[in-house]
Design a protein around this ligand. Structure first.
Ligand SMILES: NC(=O)c1ccc[n+]([C@@H]2O[C@H](COP(=O)([O-])OP(=O)(O)OC[C@H]3O[C@@H](n4cnc5c(N)ncnc54)[C@H](OP(=O)(O)O)[C@@H]3O)[C@@H](O)[C@H]2O)c1
Length: 227
């Protein structure tokens, strides 16, 4: 994407890997953790050289697109006003070790990205980059072109935002696979057989199509119908 400024909230395992790939793809990358810039400066210098560490407020103000790579349980700390009108790519998952044993945020009826969209009412949320582990995302053999491209599935209600996410996915070295509206994002979350998928586009599509006709599977089938 020409001259796009990508903001990343979360300077942990996922955020730093995505920052590194985005810098390599030519993006200007701004990244924030939960606190001061000093707290993450060295981490960013070492793990994502070329990315600029800022506060979360600065990142949301200055970036064109903002990627959420912070713990889901912290979603209400995301600066809302600064994200007004912006495309927000939500890579977050409910993860009990971090977010608590009881999932009070989302359930098997609602995608956590719908919850985030409700909170960020004036932004356009797309779900992407949540189903693949950070170690697979940063796979150096793939990055070096020695390995087949893998697919990142994404769910979006808005075509323009979906296309922007697809472009970012492609720029970062993955094949984008659209799985329908944001509510279908539930099919990519922990608890789904697709969670953890590190597959080519054809393999991921086949995995979606093999879903059993369970209650959960019906949601996946809804996703399949729009593919
Ligand atoms: N790890 C994976 O393989 C993977 C894959 C796909 C999706 N995800 C999802 O991605 C998210 C991040 O996972 P992770 O493994 O990267 O976690 P992590 O290593 O624990 O990093 C989380 C980062 O978010 C920061 N943070 C917390 N509150 C914030 C806020 N209000 N604003 C900005 N940054 C904030 C933390 O900063 P402090 O250290 O200062 O608190 C930390 O830098 C989670 O929702 C996870 O479910 C993870």
């Amino acid at each position: 994407m020409d001259n796009a400024v990508l903001g990343i909230l979360g300077a942990g395992k996922l955020g730093t890997v995505l920052a590194r790939l985005a810098v390599a793809a030519g993006y200007r990358v701004l990244i924030a953790g939960s606190g001061s810039v000093e707290k993450i400066s060295l981490t960013i210098e070492v793990l994502a050289p070329g990315a600029q560490a800022l506060t979360a407020k600065e990142v949301t103000e200055k970036a064109d697109i903002v990627l959420l790579a912070l713990p889901l349980g912290k979603y209400q700390t995301i600066p809302q006003a600064e994200l007004q009108g912006k495309i927000v790519i939500d890579a977050m998952n409910y993860w009990w070790e971090i977010d608590g044993k009881e999932n009070t945020i989302s359930d098997f009826q609602t995608s956590s990205s719908e919850v985030v969209q409700n909170f960020l009412k004036d932004s356009i949320v797309v779900k992407a980059f949540n189903h693949m582990g950070y170690h697979d995302i940063e796979d150096e053999t793939r990055a070096a072109g020695e390995n087949q491209r893998k697919a990142i599935a994404y769910a979006a209600d808005d075509d323009t935002a979906g296309n922007t996410a697809a472009q970012l996915i492609d720029d970062l070295g993955f094949d984008p696979l659209f799985i329908g509206p944001l509510k279908n994002g539930i099919t990519l979350e922990p608890g789904s057989p697709l969670f953890g998928a590190n597959l080519s586009k054809e393999e991921l599509l086949a995995a979606i199509q093999q879903f059993p006709e369970s209650e959960f599977g019906k949601k996946v089938i809804a996703a399949r119908e729009v593919l």
